[in-house]
Design a protein. Structure first.
Length: 220
């Protein structure tokens, strides 16, 4: 995984607390985040089986992680395919904001009511804003859309000199604009309810160090 360690704690707590059936992630990289989310979903399956007294069939669960990346490299795909959690992971190759990918996302999300979203692909303002418009409506009430690497806004300019994003053009500026749009437009979510999000400061303060200040968005 390519993630701040404290943010891993946040992922664990968010998944454990909300108990999603579906996690959607944009940006796969090496695949560690997919495996992390899948392992947490497997833990939920185990705990459900213990509490109900039923025999656990790992491959019978509906819980899954769907990961999207514009370029899933062969060695990363091979590592994901070889992992024991592979049966809980679906991968989609293509731009996370393309119509073709969104058709696949809609098919994968069909029938799921407890959905969480993690956005961690191209970090430019325009791309993240597009992702928020497309993916945030899938988030269930009480669940989270986490926008990673909002901290780019707070970095010295030279740290992003070789990237298309930087101060004033990054995930945090996209989050700010998206929430302003929601206030102005009165958007509707996939479940037909009003789409409203708030900053989850509780999780930010609890982990103290994060790459994603203002990035933990809870649907209300």
């Amino acid at each position: 995984m390519i993630q701040v360690p404290q943010d891993l704690y946040a992922i664990q707590e968010l998944i454990w607390s909300f108990r999603p059936d579906l996690v959607i992630e944009t940006g796969i990289a090496h695949g560690g985040s997919l495996v992390m989310s899948a392992s947490m979903l497997a833990l939920l399956d185990y705990c459900d089986a213990v509490e109900s007294g039923q025999r656990l069939d790992p491959k019978a669960s509906r819980r899954k992680v769907v990961g999207v990346d514009i370029d899933i490299r062969a060695h990363n795909r091979a590592a994901i395919d070889a992992h024991p959690m592979r049966h809980k992971i679906r991968t989609i190759e293509g731009s996370s904001v393309s119509p073709e990918v969104m058709e696949q996302i809609a098919a994968e999300a069909e029938g799921y009511e407890r959905v969480m979203v993690f956005l961690d692909s191209n970090h430019t303002h325009d791309h993240v804003l597009q992702e928020l418009e497309l993916y945030a409506p899938y988030v269930s009430p009480g669940s989270h859309c986490v926008v990673w690497d909002t901290g780019v806004e707070d970095l010295p300019d030279e740290m992003c000199a070789d990237r298309p994003w930087g101060k004033g053009d990054n995930p945090k500026t996209a989050v700010w604009e998206y929430l302003k749009r929601l206030e102005a437009q009165g958007r509707t979510a996939r479940d037909g309810g009003a789409l409203r999000f708030e900053y989850d400061r509780t999780i930010e303060y609890k982990i103290a160090i994060t790459a994603s200040r203002d990035g933990f968005l809870r649907r209300i």
